[in-house]
Design a binder for this molecule. Sequence first.
Ligand SMILES: [Cu+2]
Length: 194
Amino acid sequence: MTLNIEFCIFIVLKQEEMRYKIIVALGLLFLVSCGKDQQPNTPQSTSKETKLETTKNKTEDKTNVVLDAKGVANVTITSNDGMRFDVRKINVSSGQKVRVTLTHTGKLDKRIMGHNVVFLTNGVKPSAFAVKAAAARDNDYIPEETTEVIAHTKMIGGGETTVIEFIAPEAGTYNYICSFPGHYAMMKGKLIVE
Ligand SMILES: [Cu+2]
């Protein structure tokens, strides 16, 4: 009898011990799985950030210039009825031949929504030039005998395309705009010559 009681106590104690062990084991398991959950999270978010940064850099570094077999820098600028140039940065080398194609994918006539690309010489303020250009309606909105223009396309309307070629000037950053009245603030970009 005594032995039986002792045996029972022993069993109960063993059960308690087992229960304790199981609780501890479960607790550990929980901690480990939490740790596992957190660990992949951290590198994941880091790789996401890296990915974003890479994409961002790619967009910023994206050059819109395509060199052809003769070394000519070809750029296509697309505009529409929304008063925008899709290319805002053109990187070329000094002395390089540059071929700019301007396309107008809109529907409006050039008298209402005309676009051109005017590359301004160094130090010319786009706003000051735009005032003079607006007064030159009879000359496609290019001031006559101006010395402030490196090169410019003709004014085009919806559905039209025009091409110009010029030699990239000395190293520097040059502004280009559309000189149609009121467009220069929206339609502008930089020609970066190295
Ligand atoms: Cu325009």
